[in-house]
Design a protein around this ligand. Structure first.
Ligand SMILES: C[S@@+](CC[C@H](N)C(=O)[O-])C[C@H]1O[C@@H](n2cnc3c(N)ncnc32)[C@H](O)[C@@H]1O
Ligand SMILES: [Zn+2]
Length: 406
């Protein structure tokens, strides 16, 4: 069958996203309405809500391309209808090659059609292959990609090892995880199995999720003598996303493993701290209130955002006109500012609930913390969250003082 004869054997429609048009399953035909859609009911996966994720990916990959300043190749091994790869080829300058793949034959055929629909056959090829198999075929040094984007159902952990092997030195790995129930501690055993770290059901579990995925990536990379540096990450809607630059070398791997550790958390006063040593006695007693603490990890306790990379993404966002541009500016401004902020965050309402106090306006509380000589910034992880280095009991006092002054 030639591509001109392609006809989807399921209800479909053409949508526009970024600079491309793509044939996708017609979600209404699957009894799906925007508020409760379940895209996996369709024979080929398509989720319109992920446009924001894809927009950010285009900006991140463009920022990376400017950073390395050469032509780049990208692999999208779980492509579904092919929308990502097609957007990368059409929207990112300096892309010389995109390879898409999917194990589902209907997805493969649809992705191929979408490449042709956008006239991108010279830049984008599509393979009907298992993702690990496709990536392994690109593990030899001359065949590696500059970027691999792992965007699966659920956990990316199953593909990270082969993705890392298919990336050239100084290349970029982007991965999405939608399995937030394990990562946020609802299914702790599954998290341990998939990511090798213990989650914790705290108010900052979304940051822990990012750190668990980054930690898992670093551990897998180290087996191949690869070190990682997390340049960008975010938590949005029902997923998290982590972008890491990789560097080959045993020393680089050793250095990146130094970023693995534990977060100790006190459920009584909300104090938290990091430690690299799992046998640290610190866990026995919270230094603020004396209660026994709990822990998450091993996970990544190093930086999860690079300020310069966020700035470059903000610059790239000024050059495009995405539907989501305003939302993207908001996210990137927050991530830029929290790149150098303390680890974890407090949620004001949780804290005021615990102390039986009224919840103050976020900015007023940030100002109060700052005027007492501590760092405080808001966070993209939670609209009522604050990243701060103020000790927990001092924060309780500040909150009480604020309530008393009303
Ligand atoms: C979440 S969807 C990808 C969505 C797509 N990246 C997007 O932005 O719309 C995951 C895709 O992975 C495919 N898939 C699942 N297991 C696979 C495997 N082992 N190898 C290759 N593709 C696989 C599924 O068929 C599905 O199309
Ligand atoms: Zn405590």
């Amino acid at each position: 069958m030639t591509e001109n004869q392609y006809k989807a054997d399921f209800p479909s429609e053409i949508i526009r996203e970024g600079k491309v048009q793509v044939l996708v399953p017609k979600l209404e035909a699957y009894g799906v309405v925007p508020s409760d859609y379940a895209p996996s009911k369709a024979p080929v996966f398509y989720n319109p809500v992920m446009e924001f994720n894809r927009d950010l990916t285009v900006l991140a990959f463009q920022a990376y391309q400017r950073m390395v300043n050469r032509e780049i190749s990208i692999c999208d091994p779980l492509t579904s209808q092919g929308i990502r790869g097609v957007r990368f080829a059409a929207e990112i300058s300096g892309v010389k090659k995109v390879v898409e793949g999917d194990i589902n034959e209907q997805a493969f055929r649809l992705a191929k059609h979408n490449v042709q629909l956008n006239g991108l056959e010279n830049l984008v090829s599509v393979k009907h292959k298992d993702a690990n198999c496709l990536l392994s075929c690109h593990a030899s040094p001359k065949k590696r990609f500059d970027i691999v984007d792992v965007d699966p159902f659920g956990t990316p952990a199953l593909y990270l090892g082969s993705a890392l092997r298919a990336i050239r030195n100084k290349g970029l790995l982007a991965s999405t995880a939608t399995d937030l129930a394990p990562l946020c501690g609802v299914h702790a055993k599954a998290c341990l199995r998939k990511y090798g770290g213990r989650p914790l059901r705290t108010e900052y579990c979304h940051e822990l999720a990012v750190r668990l995925l980054a930690g898992c990536t670093a551990t897998l990379a180290a087996k191949h003598d690869i070190g990682i540096r997390v340049v960008f990450s975010h938590s949005s809607e029902h997923y998290i996303r982590v972008y890491s630059q990789i560097t080959y070398g045993a020393k680089k791997a050793d250095e990146s493993l130094k970023n693995l550790g534990y977060i100790l958390h006190c459920f009584n006063c909300f104090h938290r701290e990091t430690t690299r040593n799992p046998f640290d006695k610190k866990i026995e007693q919270c230094p603020e209130c004396g209660s026994k603490m709990d822990y998450a990890g091993p996970l990544w306790i190093g930086s999860i955002l690079d300020e310069g990379f966020c700035r470059q993404m903000l610059e790239e966002n000024k050059l495009v006109a995405f539907k989501n541009s305003a939302k993207i500016t908001k996210l990137l401004t927050l991530t830029r500012d929290e790149a150098v902020a303390p680890i974890t965050y407090y949620v004001v309402d949780k804290l005021s609930g615990k102390l039986n106090l009224p919840s103050p306006p976020l900015q007023a509380f940030i100002d109060a913390i700052r005027s007492n000589g501590f760092q405080a910034v808001s966070t993209h992880f939670n609209s009522r969250g604050i990243k701060t280095n103020v000790p927990a009991l001092t924060m309780h006092k500040l909150l009480r003082d604020m309530a008393a002054s009303k």
